[in-house]
Design a protein around this ligand. Structure first.
Ligand code: AGP
Length: 606
């Protein structure tokens, strides 16, 4: 999952390309590079690491050329170094690529036999040489059409040509790509986020399409090379402020923003007058839905698991959940009365998008729960439920997780009420409790110093466990994922009742174990599981909710009490201390919190 940008203008483009690349770094930060065209030459500069590195290594201010492409990399083929950095160029073609070419080895052999010399270990370089080869005998559109047909796998491409210095070719299959329109210049970019500082007029390419971008014209073609007309979309302006403000990291800001983002989400869906929930334009009759399948990856999958508990409890429907990368290759049986819900912050995650594509091809009911409403998953779903969190920049998802489970809870409540599975009084009671949630999150965020103090224990340990039962189990998984992502220590989330069936063997003197034991139906069982690990010497951090009753257990290392609310909503509050634990553990280690190693915000390759 890399980020690509291209600009065709009547003025030098390197400064704007650099700015856009900095915005795209959430997609990859292993290396960065630019290629511009001037005086009949391709000017290619690239280096390992962040865009700042590129700026330090090259005098980009004087990089000439009114047309150019840029790239930030997340390495898939070939180690992160300047040789494998993009752009990759031949004597007359230069390419930036996001995706994976699965048949690159065969194509490379074929091209080497034709006398092409390869410099890098990347799959991308075959594209450069294929186009170079076809341009020997074919016109531009034919050379592009033929090349794209020979490529297996996924790609979003930006291509410039020494002999055609007024145009950029863009092409898409699987990985997102958009065109932006400006005054006397036009743009190509991985997503609206990269283009937003330059324009709010955008056209998204669909799979199999390519385009030719000139400073005063953009043409679109289908995979047969036939011209096609495309709609220009006006981007919403609600995603303005991308800066950290006074916070050290975007993640810290996004954690503290949660009372507001949850308040916004509730405002969007809760009808205060009628004490009801409005899911506007819900396209299906409730009788048409007899089961639900939720699909996502990583944190979004944890949201699906959390929602499974709520949907089963509140709607009495059959509920299945799936990890998208498994779902897409399994032999699924599709039932007409199943509602498929795709959960994704970015709306561009390749595996989740592919799972949606399979469901669309089987004419299933598809609903997207996303943060980026212009994303591919939103555009290709029958129905979209935005989570209204604003941009989430930190790679480790925080406010988007809470935003996802909020919208999923609201949908479960509404469907439960539409199916008469919830009494009206209880329904309105739950809506009342929901409206109090932002204030409770605010209070729970006050737990700070206590979490800072204990975070180093998790850093020093060989590993740690996060345990929960019922509604707390998905939160235990999420807490463990956050610690892994940010402080690179091994952490495992586990159903507390499962410990005796193996993982208990991992427990040794001083091992930190987080036990989520809110005073809900699972409380007593979870406390006895807690005592099992304490008996083996574990250092238990107990997270529960405030209560007048003492916790009946000895040798608890630390206890954090979150605010009180109904059992349905306790998972929101239990999540907060876990986000902060991961944040402070990483802070103590001095790691790059917003851009953890080996990760990226939007995984657009499988
Ligand atoms: C979460 O902190 C991670 N960044 C990752 O697990 C993420 O949730 C996953 O890649 C799914 O992303 P999405 O929500 O944009 O689809």
């Amino acid at each position: 999952m890399c980020g690509i940008i291209g600009i065709s203008s009547n003025k030098p483009v390197s400064a704007n390309i650099i700015n856009s690349l900095k915005k795209l770094e959430y997609r990859g930060y292993d290396s960065a590079g630019i290629a511009t065209l001037s005086d009949g030459e391709i000017n290619e500069v690239k280096s390992e690491g962040r865009v700042d590195n590129l700026e330090n290594n090259f005098d980009l201010k004087n990089l000439r050329g009114n047309i150019g492409i840029g790239h930030v990399r997340w390495a898939t083929h070939g180690i992160p170094n300047s040789l494998n950095a993009h752009p990759h160029s031949s004597h007359n073609v230069s390419v930036v690529h996001n995706g994976i070419i699965e048949n690159s080895t065969i194509l490379k052999k074929h091209l080497i036999n034709k006398g092409h010399n390869f410099k890098s270990q990347t799959d991308t370089e075959v594209i450069v040489h294929l186009i170079t080869e076809h341009l020997k005998t074919l016109e531009l559109e034919e050379a592009i059409t033929k090349t794209l047909k020979q490529l297996h796998g996924s790609f979003a491409l930006g291509i410039v040509f020494k002999d055609m210095p007024d145009l950029i070719v863009g092409a898409r299959r699987g990985s997102p790509l958009a065109v932006g329109y400006g005054p006397n210049e036009n743009y190509l970019g991985s997503d609206s986020y990269a283009l937003k500082s330059m324009t709010n007029k955008i056209t998204y390419l669909d799979d199999g399409e390519f385009c030719i971008v000139k400073k005063d014209q953009v043409l679109f073609f289908n995979e047969e090379g036939k011209k096609v007309n495309k709609k220009i979309l006006e981007l919403s302006s609600d995603q303005a402020n991308y800066d950290k403000g006074d916070f050290k990291h975007f993640m810290a800001k996004e954690i503290e923003e949660q009372p507001l983002t949850i308040k916004t989400g509730i405002k969007e869906y809760v009808d205060n007058v009628n004490k009801d929930i409005n899911i506007f334009n819900f396209p299906w009759k409730i009788e048409e839905i007899n089961s639900i399948t939720l699909i996502g990856c990583g944190t979004a999958y944890h949201s699906c698991l959390m929602a499974k508990y709520w949907f089963e409890e509140l709607t009495n429907l059959d509920v299945n959940i799936d990890i998208a990368s498994e779902f897409r290759y399994r032999k699924n049986r599709f039932k007409k009365d199943t509602l498929y819900i795709f959960v994704s912050q970015s709306g561009e995650t390749a595996d989740t998008y592919a799972a949606l594509d399979i469901c669309n091809k089987n004419s299933m009911k598809t609903c997207a729960v996303v943060n980026v409403i212009e994303s591919s998953i939103a555009r290709d779903s029958n129905f979209v439920l935005p989570i209204h969190c604003g941009p989430e920049i930190g790679v480790a998802s925080t406010k988007a997780f809470l935003g996802q489970i909020l919208v999923l809870y609201i949908l479960a409540l509404k469907l439960g009420s539409m199916r008469n599975e919830i009494e009206k009084k209880e329904y309105q009671e739950k809506i009342k409790d929901l409206k109090a949630l932002p204030g409770l999150i605010e209070k729970t965020l006050l737990h700070d110093n206590d979490i800072q103090a204990i975070s180093s224990t998790f850093n020093e340990a060989k590993g740690s466990m996060f345990l929960g039962r019922g509604y707390s189990y998905p939160i235990a998984l999420e807490g463990a994922l956050k610690l892994k992502e940010l402080s690179y220590v091994h952490a495992e989330g586990y159903p507390a009742g499962e410990m005796k069936h193996g993982p208990l063997a991992l427990i040794e003197e001083g091992m930190p174990v987080v036990v989520l034991a809110p005073r809900d139906n699972y409380y007593k069982k979870t406390i006895s599981n807690m005592q099992e690990v304490i008996a083996r010497g574990a250092k238990v951090l107990l997270i529960t909710n405030k209560s007048k009753d003492e916790v009946v257990s000895e040798n608890i290392w630390e206890t954090i009490e979150v605010e009180n609310t109904n059992d349905d909503l306790l998972p929101f509050l239990l999540t907060i201390p876990l986000q902060k634990l991961a944040y402070y553990s990483a802070l103590k280690k001095g790691y790059d919190i917003d851009k953890p190693r080996n990760l990226a915000k939007s995984v657009t390759v499988e």
